[in-house]
Design a protein around this ligand. Sequence first.
Ligand code: S3P
Length: 162
Amino acid sequence: MESIYLIGFMGSGKTTVAHELAKRCGAAVQDTDRMVEINYELSIKEIFAAFGEDTFRAYEHQMLINTNPANTIVSTGGGIIESQQNINWLSTHQVIYLKTSWSEIVRRLQHDKNRPIWNDQTKDKLALLNAREEKYLQASKYVIQTDEKNPKEIANEIVRLI
Ligand code: S3P
């Protein structure tokens, strides 16, 4: 099986859905955020604080292109589409965009303290979601609306789709 990549904004459920989908496909799971943390021995929060977003994006790119090409469900960071290089790379792979509404994202992430971009008070996150929408669409083959669906239902929908 060709590896499947899940993309979408923070809080869209990529990680949870990746595990549900992997169970159904008998596939492994990779998560670009966890790969960065393991490889560089720092948390995402620490990388942003010490080196800034650009460095994180460079690390993230390296992890993306080193993901398993087969038998794996890959959960990506919400900003993976911030580089055109990543969009181009993703558009040649099996990519599913988990699309979530702003109100649902706010509901899911209201107590989050770990995501540097979500917790950056200088950033307009709704504007970021709107700006990213086009990039998620460019990078993906399929779009799944995730509001009012649980991770199991979403995983089942992906199995039917691919
Ligand atoms: C980011 C999303 C995060 C993580 C980093 C940056 C973003 O991943 O990669 O904090 O720019 O949206 P999740 O989408 O898993 O929260």
